[in-house]
Design a protein around this ligand. Structure first.
Ligand code: FES
Length: 102
């Protein structure tokens, strides 16, 4: 299995919003939600826009470019023109750090 990596302190997350982190030159979006923390690759599967710049509400990230939307819990597309799931990442919290597996 891939190792868990610290990406950001829980305290540094934008509350109920998205936070951009860089890991191995890849941009990751970390989502703080009412039911926990989720993460995905930042690249929109529709046209490559950066989802870190999107609008976030509850569990839904809306792409800033064409307003496609995804459920951050499983990555599934829930609004056109997005049709392919975004790539979600495993997340856990240890010692106050958000960790992901890439
Ligand atoms: Fe995200 Fe088009 S690039 S919906």
């Amino acid at each position: 299995d891939k190792p868990w990596r610290d990406v950001i302190a829980v305290d540094e997350l934008e509350k109920d919003w998205v936070t951009r982190v860089e890991v191995d030159r890849r941009t990751i979006t970390v989502y703080d939600t009412p039911t926990g923390i989720y993460a995905s690759l930042a690249r929109c599967t529709h046209g490559g826009a950066d989802l870190c710049d999107g609008y976030f509400d509850d569990h839904v990230i809306e792409c800033p470019l064409h307003q496609g939307a995804f459920d951050v819990r499983d990555g599934r597309p829930i609004a056109a023109p997005a049709t392919r799931s975004m790539r979600t990442l495993e997340v856990r919290v240890r010692d106050g750090q958000v960790q992901i597996r890439l």
